[in-house]
Design a protein around this ligand. Structure first.
Ligand SMILES: [Zn+2]
Ligand SMILES: [Zn+2]
Length: 115
């Protein structure tokens, strides 16, 4: 089984966290989220992970370590992932973009971090 770690950012706390993802049935699933700081994430190379998949959460996925969110949005401007708490509007934790939820793609392409 292949596993990687991708990075997401929590707009509420303005902190990043790592999300362990596993490849199952030719798709990628989120299995575990854990707090991490930017220096360590960069040292581990988590900001360079590249995967493509639905990024659905498994049943035991624990959610964002700061706000508890299980859902995420893909930013249309910087292409990175942030927590999303079921509001009609999104805020990107990385670049600060706010806007309506527009992304309905099945597949999410993750291009890594970059702070
Ligand atoms: Zn969060
Ligand atoms: Zn963004």
């Amino acid at each position: 089984m292949k596993a990687e770690v991708i990075l997401m950012k929590c707009p509420e706390s303005r902190r990043i966290y790592g999300v362990r993802v596993e490849e199952r049935y030719n798709d990628w699933f989120r299995t575990w989220a854990f707090p991490i700081d930017e220096r360590r994430a960069s040292h581990e190379g988590f900001d360079r992970t590249e995967i493509r998949g639905s990024l659905d959460a498994t049943d035991d996925y624990n959610g964002c370590p700061y706000c508890g969110s299980v859902k995420f949005v893909l930013c249309g401007r910087c292409g990175k992932l942030s927590c999303w708490n079921n509001e009609e509007r999104m805020t990107c934790g990385w670049c600060g973009l706010t806007g309506d939820i527009a992304t309905t793609e099945d597949d999410v392409k993750v291009r890594g971090g970059g702070y």
